[in-house]
Write a protein that binds this ligand. Sequence first.
Ligand SMILES: [Fe+2]
Length: 391
Amino acid sequence: MSDLPWTPDFDTWPVEHNATALAHTTDTLSVTWSDGASSQYHALLLRENSPDAGTIHPKAREMCTAPTDIAEGLAIESAQVQPNGAVQVMFTDGHTNAFHPGWLRGIAWFGEEEVPEPILWRGEDQPEPPSFDGPEALKNPQVFLLWLEALRDFGVARLRGLPQQDGLLEDIVTRIGPVRESNFGRQYTLEIKDDPDSQAFTSDMLLQHIDLPTRETPHGLQFLYTRDNTTTGGEGLYVDAYRVAEDMRTEEPEHFHSLVSDVWEYSNRARGSDYRGSGPVVETDAKGRITGVRYNTFLRAPLKAPVHVQARAYKAYRAFCARAQNPRYLMSFRYEPGDLLAFDNRRALHGRAGYEAKGGTRFIEGIYSDRDDLHSRIRSLKRQLRQEAKT
Ligand SMILES: [Fe+2]
């Protein structure tokens, strides 16, 4: 309904259920919904999210009330469902506010929500990245969204058939979010350099790794746009490090314990910079879920640790390295002109078969950005598509 109250955000809140009954104590509002569900809201949550200009900035939609601006012991005096379906609440500090029923329902606690789990893969089952038609994705936001969701879920996803165009890579990446620069610049070209500051700039085989483990938080996403490739060899070698780690959790628990707890330091070896980052190979959250990996065999600094820790950490690193090279886990494919490969740099290990540099050309551009930008764009694109569907 168009006359419903505004909400403290810019999201769409479809009204799929109506509030049919209200009850309250001094500090809690209970709402019963038309599908029989019920939800509860603390008075302080409602009060600080009240859609009035003194509480939420009507343009920025950010809170402009500090917790100390709200009376201690604030209580709910009364509550009623209005004819338009909004839920009106009167507070003891004199404020009366009406809340959007779609918003109230959407922010309610109905128990632990299922967080979308990453889709783990081994190369033997998933030999190629999920792939989408590039020109179509650039025209059609629904296809663009499918590409982004595949990147989120699989940690690797490809656009194919893109034209060869200066600036196209940055144009596509900035449709998602800002570029995150690095000591390799805003954009880099994978080419052979006479004095390389990374083995990436040679034609040698490259063992699977993440880039920039030398940063406090390594870059979350990497995009490789192949503009030309007539060389022999040089296939991309990708591994789902989450799959490797989960397999080690069950099959090699002692090594897994080292991977999540022993801290390695990484240092870049450039002449003009000295970046250092440290962390365990496998990062986990408070619930033990894997949230990232910091794995790169060729940028490890000497492990400063008691020798018994060195012993177990080296064994575990070797075991991880062996799995990462195992053909069961490897996704191996050729970079074809017009491909734009996106991958989660903190999940999908990437490597390269060596290639014959003579008699062919190889021109691949790369850019980094971060995971947050991907998640934000997925949410905002979905919101945009919902709004378009409504009109
Ligand atoms: Fe790399």
